[in-house]
Design a protein around this ligand. Structure first.
Ligand SMILES: N[C@@H](CCC(=O)N[C@@H](CS)C(=O)NCC(=O)O)C(=O)O
Length: 216
């Protein structure tokens, strides 16, 4: 059994943040599949035994179960040293992780879900509302990345892994063509994709059951 066990599913970008980190850091890890499409994260027993918050990812290390990708990335950086920021950047790490959780990932993930993963198409007003929020938060990151290679400057840190959660899912799912719409984000994601250990989400987490995409 691997030291780091990631309870996850291929379609979960929040899980991908950790899977990508663990793989790029070269740590001994394995994905543990969750039947997300079948409602396992809503199951009372799963919540009692694995994560009371009802979410993936969950990282299991030495019998301890941890949730919240941002908190886990901080813990991993502190305990392994991989992709840790300088002590002077601690405030910026927290600031961007919160922005990512609240806006960048949250809006993009929600739009992707409503765009392609619900059983039936949603009302166009829902998509329009979410799309505007994605454009707004992506524009902030786009501007930030125009003149720096990584989110905190010259150094690749856990912040980059956090923001990278959803940016490699197919544009048919996300409804956004990053390459043409956000060129600085595209250049940044290409830099990350050249890291040893990089793989796209469904390949890195070929486990569990993801919701089927309506559009392909
Ligand atoms: N802030 C959390 C978000 C986790 C999250 O939203 N996970 C999704 C899958 S990507 C989930 O399990 N959602 C279940 C639900 O909202 O009921 C994190 O960063 O870990």
């Amino acid at each position: 059994m691997a030291r780091y066990r990631l309870h996850c599913v291929g379609g979960s970008g929040n899980s991908y943040k950790l899977a990508l980190y663990l793989n790029c850091a070269g740590l001994d890890w394995e994905p543990v599949g969750v039947d997300f499409a079948g409602g396992q994260t809503r199951d009372a027993t799963w919540r009692a035994e694995t994560n009371l918050m009802g979410e993936v990812p969950v990282l299991e290390v030495d019998g301890r179960l941890m949730s919240q990708s941002g908190a886990i990335l901080i813990w991993l950086a502190e305990t392994t040293g991989h992709f840790a920021a300088n002590a002077a950047d601690r405030f910026d790490v927290l600031r961007w992780l919160m922005f990512d959780n609240h806006k960048f990932t949250a809006n993009y993930a929600m739009h992707r879900f409503q765009n392609a993963l619900t059983p039936e198409p949603v009302h166009p007003a829902v998509l329009a509302f979410l799309r505007a929020r994605v454009v707004s938060s992506c524009a902030i990151v786009e501007k930030h990345l125009v003149d720096r290679p990584y989110m905190l400057g010259d150094r690749l840190t856990i912040v980059d892994f956090s923001l990278a959660g959803y940016i490699y899912y197919p544009k048919e799912e996300t409804g956004f063509d990053i390459e043409t719409t956000f060129p600085a984000i595209h250049a940044w994601r290409q830099r990350l994709a050249s890291l040893p250990g990089w793989k796209p989400p469904y390949e890195l987490m070929p486990v569990g059951r993801s919701p089927a995409a309506r559009v392909t």
